[in-house]
Design a protein around this ligand. Structure first.
Ligand code: KG4
Ligand code: ZN
Length: 349
């Protein structure tokens, strides 16, 4: 058995994990920065980088200690190289490069989104996912920073099928929550409140439904704002609004995922990323997939939000394929900065 130490620091979670070459998770440590950013209503990149700087060393040490091993027993390092915030990615990358360089270990650069959609293969003491998908499969990656559909031909080999043209689905959840006065990040609060409400109570737009595989969520946000301006502010209507906004997002995510499977002639569908924790999305996706004769694979909630286990799992596969860097080649481990680095700040500004 070989062990991979994985590091993730692309946004507001400092994470490290130890994963085996068979994608078994030996440890998974996540230090969240939510309290740091909550009062700004979104991630402040400079504060995020500084928090990573102070957290990274204890988080890595904790991951090693939880896995019951030392650096001497680690065989490779995997690290997120993007997409993400530049200053944040740099902290994890420099830590990973330093360990790889000083220990003479291979370094595996890992794409964050490819890792999200690979997390379904992770196993741990709580068991693996029920049935693993067969390659190639369709993957829906939905989080605060990205919303995309892809065909996955091999671990880490994604063919893009569609993506959001503006806000990500998680961003839409968080913005609606913020307008409703719910705490940050709001996705989970919409999920909880939505359970008490009527999803058909308020007619909200389903942006780009039936129009290809790209997404757009900014119109939904505007519709919610207009509705709030004329709404009663009692508990029942808050719950109805949460349920209705959630339903609009879920309708679009489910319909386009099924359409992607149909277009590709594939029956396995993986749902990953922070928004994949959403209980309504999980129920609706399972039901709709079964009805269409497809198999929906829902990433376990503990591996949906940002974590390093998924980086280690995909890192293990890439390492086996010979995609690691070593020695002077470590210099090539450049970062891939997200194209919209201030999305959460704009929202909170
Ligand atoms: O994958 P993730 O941890 O970070 C990014 O890569 O962005 O996803 C975070 C996003 C946030 O927008 C958060 O509100 C959303 O996932 N989220 C949820 C739920 N849990 C987390 N959205 C809806 N329902 C949930 N239960
Ligand atoms: Zn993510």
């Amino acid at each position: 058995m070989s062990r991979i130490l994985a590091i993730e620091s692309s946004c507001d979670e400092t994470a490290a994990a130890v994963v085996t070459d068979e994608r078994r998770v030996l440890s998974n440590v996540v230090a969240t920065q939510i309290p740091v950013h909550a009062r700004y209503g979104g991630v402040v990149p400079e504060l995020a980088s500084r928090s990573h700087l102070t957290a990274i060393r204890p988080v890595v040490e904790q991951a090693l200690s939880d896995a019951g091993c030392t650096l001497d027993e680690v065989d490779a390092i995997a690290v997120t190289t993007g997409p993400g915030l530049a200053g944040c990615l740099l902290v994890g990358l420099q830590m990973a490069k330093s360990i790889a360089w000083t220990r003479g270990l291979p370094l595996v650069p890992v794409n964050h989104i490819a890792a999200h959609v690979d997390a379904i293969f992770l196993s741990d003491e709580r068991g693996a996912g029920a049935v693993v998908p067969e390659l190639p499969y369709v993957a829906l990656a939905v989080s605060g920073g990205h919303t995309s559909l892809a065909r996955v031909d091999a671990p880490g080999v994604l063919v893009p099928l569609g993506q959001t043209l503006d806000d990500a689905a998680g961003e839409a959840f968080d913005k609606v929550a913020k307008m409703m006065g719910l705490p940050y990040p709001g996705g989970v609060h919409i999920d909880r409140l939505g359970r008490e409400g009527d999803p058909a109570a308020i007619a909200l737009p389903r942006p780009m439904l039936g129009k290809g595989l790209d997404f757009s969520f900014s119109g939904l946000k505007t519709a919610v704002r207009y509705w709030l301006e004329g709404a009663r502010d009692d508990w029942a209507s808050q719950a109805d609004l949460a349920a209705s906004a959630q339903e609009a997002i879920v309708d679009v995510l489910v319909a386009k995922s099924l359409e992607a499977c149909r277009q590709q002639g594939l029956r396995d569908l993986v749902v990953a990323g922070g928004v994949a924790c959403n209980s309504r999305l999980r129920d609706r996706m399972l039901g709709a997939a079964a009805e269409a004769g497809l198999r929906a694979h829902l990433t376990p909630a503990r591996y949906c939000t940002d974590n390093a286990a998924m980086i280690g799992g995909l890192g293990a596969m890439l390492l086996a394929r010979g995609e690691a860097l070593q020695g002077m080649a470590l210099r090539r481990a450049d970062i891939h900065v997200t194209q919209r680095p201030t999305r959460r700040v704009r929202r909170g500004a």
